[in-house]
Design a protein around this ligand. Structure first.
Ligand code: HEM
Length: 214
């Protein structure tokens, strides 16, 4: 137990926690994005998908797990940022040239907090608001929000931030976990870029589609 706490207190332990929670959140984002694509089939299809999710008795458990993932990921990001300011002694498990500085890596401290603000707005927009409305139409709430110029700007800008954050985060997670063997480096980088492109195109296409097709 003591060694586990010591591990969590070390920079590499905290990076591990961020890598594991970050990769789990990436999986959630892919599933969330795929579900959102039902909007292209119309409001009814989207609401049917949302109802199907809601009828699953395990949903509250999944939502609680998701909340824990987000909270732990953000908490450890804050702890690590504080630690990095005072010491830079802990090294990655492997550093094979994937840690070189890019726009995406140097803007993590901006994209992270901006995404936190976006999440608060987003959860309020759809998850909390629907609890406050007696008879709600979730698809119409999404359509109204994304057709509003402010909603359009908030969502497209935030999805761009998701892209920038993910561009660096995916390969960084594998580097932290020590699985960035030279043989897999290109594969990991390309997979990260493919996932990022899918998320940006999948999430980002929706506000553009709704806003510009009226
Ligand atoms: C066009 C983009 C997006 C749309 C239209 C959208 C739509 C929605 C909707 C309708 C819900 C409520 C689901 C329900 O309660 O049944 C929701 C929940 C959620 N979304 Fe999004 N979303 C988008 C992008 C994102 C992004 C980029 C993130 C993360 C960075 C995200 C994270 C979440 C989270 C954490 C929840 C709460 C899940 C839950 O508790 O069930 N979403 N989204």
């Amino acid at each position: 137990m003591n060694s586990f706490i010591r591990f969590l207190n070390s920079s590499i332990g905290r990076k591990y926690v961020m890598a594991v929670t970050g990769l789990s959140l990436t999986l959630f984002l892919l599933v969330h994005m795929a579900g959102n694509l039902t909007l292209y089939a119309g409001n009814e299809a989207f609401n049917e998908y949302a109802d199907l999710l809601e009828s699953n008795p395990l949903l509250p458990l999944a939502e609680a797990g998701l909340l824990v993932l987000f909270v732990v990921h953000i908490l450890f990001a804050v702890l690590l940022t504080g630690r990095n300011k005072t010491s830079r002694s802990d090294k990655y498990q492997s550093n094979l040239g994937m840690g070189s500085k890019t726009v995406a890596s140097t803007t993590m401290w901006i994209t992270g907090p901006v995404l936190l603000v976006f999440l608060v707005i987003h959860i309020w927009d759809f998850r909390i608001s629907k609890e406050l409305i007696e008879e709600y139409d979730l698809a119409q709430m999404v359509v109204d929000r994304l057709r509003h110029p402010l909603g359009f700007v908030i969502y497209t800008a935030s999805i761009a931030m998701v892209g920038l954050h993910m561009w660096h985060a995916f390969q960084s997670a594998f580097q932290t976990l020590g699985v960035a063997h030279p043989r897999y480096r290109a594969l990991i980088q390309n997979t990260g870029r493919l996932i990022t492109a899918l998320l940006v195109a999948g999430f980002g296409g929706i506000p553009f589609y709704l806003f510009f097709t009226g």
